[in-house]
Design a protein around this ligand. Structure first.
Ligand code: GLA
Length: 724
């Protein structure tokens, strides 16, 4: 029964007996926090909104009675060292050496940041020590996304040591839980595994420091009750926005709850926090869909374009890259020819990759020169500025590759500043791709890294694009700058963000690609400074269909940089079609293309220009799944539901494989009629589709269309257009 109204932070909240209910609402969901009589803060519910909000207070009562220990399992931010014995979100050693922490509700406020975004802030305090944790829940209403983080502070006499410091601690309830997680390696990113979670703790983590996602990204989804499909089932998509070591504990506890505790990894990272200093964790972001994986990913795509990616609602530049065309073997005249090829191909920009710098130890392979960011005089006697001007004269833009966080031991930088390098004194060095990592916790190194970008851009204001690479992990984690070595992994990432913030403050809109020897570093913490990411060095189109499929659950197509290369056995049409499902680029030798292939590529760039806005800004529907079907089919539909593109590929080469049954479309406007037309045809081939037929959306969604995919017609792109 509603007893009274409670005023906090200017807002009015209903109070039921002693319990304060703090609801965090988004369009479809309610995350309900509840202050118990004891002042403990629990998570009472996270799921579909109830029609009567007065009933939220009854939820915790209908689960198993929360007497004695079990009430701890629902803690909204589980402390350790007192009553709780479950996996904690936070652990601390106080200034006096005591390990006990109990967090009780102190206050909260709810603010509307704008029409779509609200922020709920809840302050918790230890009853014995002057130690506070503030929980933040930022709800993006229309996208059904929540970003949750915490901040920790204290007023004890000396520093305290944080042993664990999660961003978020969620409680999910279901009859069973199915985890989809990812693992990988170089050229094998985003390999999915889906399995039922059993009792106990499953940990997803990275300890690699930089390039942290090489073996495991912080991306995952959990289906509740039963495995969700594209269109059915309850499923949580989640990730940590952090470009470094992370840890996600997924614990099915003895009462069958799923407790998710996510944050920066505490591996070798005990954090000494001074009195008055605030330790702010990165955001854990999540979206809960009650209608399957498709909706969850469309919500995340909208959120990323609206709030995270640099220029998420803008455009992107198509490009020609020279990495696989030349590797390190180029000079000014070779590049001048490639600038002409860029124009001939019809893309917007030429991207000069690795190998353009260093003189004492020239960058002629990946063993030397990294760190010495002066143009190599032999290869480029007239410098980058000459090439930028040449590009302009050819009517194309110019972009450049850098890997500013790294150093080869064979470099002048290493000789001059050995103290800038992460390494253990007195121990052998260990190299990853023949290189070491610079110590970004050191402000001088931050200045150096910022200076690389700033130097290039202030000398060449017309420079239009940067590819930022990061190829090594951190071995021998030791900083000669930091006093407290266990801060290194965290201060490294903070240093990286400081540099990226400085770059964005000065160069707000320059497109930047986030690359890490492929997709070793794709996360929303980094992506807020980048326009796009490089999913993998593996550009074999067949592999890419699978990889891009998995990435597409979490990231919108506009952010996926896809290049047509010579990887794989498929014809150039197949490779180009796959690369079009994102931001199109090429990394092939244009001058050696067969004339028909060249004509096709030139035409494909034009075709892409005519549909790219649909791919970048539309809604994505995954129609048929390469993991289970002969044909993979992916559909992008513009927001007005009047135009779309469907990409269809044969992914099984067994006898007779193909689109034996029609593929049903999704998301169309029920009141509209549409026409289908095959586009991006290879010169001299004819379409198997009749563009004259007019279909109702009812037909296309109930029966479907048949792209006639089969051996010999293994890649088919179809444009769908509303008929008025
Ligand atoms: C990494 C990147 C590649 C290329 C090379 C250059 O491997 O992923 O795309 O830039 O570095 O050395």
């Amino acid at each position: 029964m509603l007893l009274t109204l409670f005023l906090v932070g200017g807002a009015v909240f209903p109070v039921y007996s002693q319990k304060i209910i703090i609801p965090v609402y988004s369009k479809s969901n309610a995350l309900i926090l509840q202050v118990e009589d004891s002042k403990d803060l629990n998570m009472a519910y996270f799921g579909e909104k109830l029609s009567d909000e007065n009933e939220y207070k009854n939820i915790s009562r209908v689960y198993r009675p929360a007497e004695d220990y079990s009430s701890m399992l629902a803690s909204a931010y589980t402390a350790s060292g007192t009553r709780n014995l479950a996996e904690p979100a936070i652990s601390v050693t106080h200034a006096d050496g005591n390990n006990g922490l109990h967090l009780l509700y102190e206050s909260h406020k709810q603010e509307k940041i704008d029409e779509n975004v609200s922020l709920t802030t809840i302050v918790l305090k230890d009853p014995v020590y002057p130690f506070w944790v503030t929980l933040y829940y930022k709800a993006y209403v229309n996208e059904d996304v929540i970003e949750q983080w915490s901040s920790i502070r204290h007023k004890e006499k000396k520093s305290v040591t944080l042993g664990k410091f999660a961003s978020a601690n969620l409680l999910m309830r279901g009859s069973a839980y199915w985890l989809r997680q990812y693992h990988g390696d170089w050229a094998r990113e985003m390999q999915p595994e889906e399995s039922r979670l059993t009792h106990g703790i499953k940990v997803l983590d990275s300890k690699l420091g930089t390039r942290a996602n090489l073996f495991q990204p912080p991306l995952f989804m959990v289906s509740l009750d039963k495995p969700a499909t594209e269109d059915e089932g309850k499923v949580l998509f989640a990730s940590l926005s952090w470009t470094g070591n992370f840890r996600v504990d997924l614990e099915v506890d003895h009462q069958d709850n799923l407790r998710i505790i996510a944050g920066v990894s505490n591996f070798a990272s005990a954090y000494s926090l001074k009195p008055g200093e605030e330790f702010s964790t990165p955001a854990f972001l999540y979206t809960l869909s009650n209608s399957g994986k498709g909706l969850a990913s469309r919500n995340l795509h909208d959120w990323a374009r609206n709030y995270k990616l640099v220029d998420g609602k803008g455009t992107r530049l198509t490009l020609l890259n020279n990495w696989e065309a030349t590797y390190f073997d180029f000079n000014e005249s070779k590049l001048s020819a490639l600038l002409k090829d860029t124009k001939k191909l019809g893309v917007d920009l030429f991207l000069l990759d690795d190998g353009w710098f260093a003189n004492k130890y020239p960058r002629n392979d990946d063993h030397a020169g990294l760190g010495d960011w002066q143009e190599n005089k032999q290869k480029l006697p007239n410098g980058i500025s000459y090439l930028v001007k040449e590009a302009d004269a050819n009517g194309v833009k110019f972009g450049i590759w850098i890997e500013p966080e790294m150093v080869n031991p064979k470099s002048e930088l290493y000789e001059k500043h050995p103290d800038w390098v992460i390494r253990q004194p007195g121990r052998d060095e260990h190299y990853f791709r023949n290189q070491l990592v610079l110590d970004l916790s050191n402000p001088k190194v931050q200045d150096f890294v910022f200076g690389i970008v700033d130097g290039l851009l202030s000398k060449n204001p017309e420079l239009a694009y940067i590819k930022w690479d990061c190829n090594a992990v951190i071995y021998n984690a030791h900083s000669s700058y930091l006093q407290n070595q266990s801060h290194l992994y965290i201060e490294y990432v903070r240093g990286l963000y400081k540099v990226l913030q400085r770059i964005r403050a000065k160069y707000a809109s320059i497109p930047m690609m986030l690359c890490s020897g492929g997709g070793g570093r794709v996360d929303y913490g980094a992506l807020q400074y980048f326009t796009e990411y490089w999913p993998s060095d593996n550009t074999d189109p067949l592999e890419r269909i699978f990889m891009q499929w998995e990435y597409s659950y979490f990231f919108p197509a506009i952010a996926s940089a896809n290049h047509v290369t010579d990887w794989g056995k498929q014809p150039v049409k197949f490779r180009t079609d796959v690369a079009m499902m994102g931001k199109l680029g090429f990394d092939i030798v244009i001058s050696k293309l067969d004339p028909k292939d060249l004509t096709f590529c030139q035409q494909a760039v034009k075709t892409y220009d005519s549909v790219k806005d649909i791919i970048w800004q539309g809604d994505q529907y995954r129609l048929t799944n390469p993991l289970t079907d002969d044909v993979a089919s992916v559909f992008y539909l513009d927001k007005a539901k009047s135009a779309g593109v469907i990409f269809n590929y044969l992914v099984n080469n067994r006898y007779g494989a193909g689109s034996a049954v029609p593929i049903r479309l999704k998301g169309l406007d029920p009141s509209k009629k549409y026409r289908l037309e095959e586009i991006n045809l290879y010169p001299g081939t004819r379409s198997a589709l009749n563009p004259g037929t007019i279909y109702t959306s009812d037909f296309l969604m109930k029966i479907g269309f048949n792209p006639a995919v089969k051996s010999g017609r293994n890649s088919v792109v179809v444009k769908i257009t509303e008929v008025r």
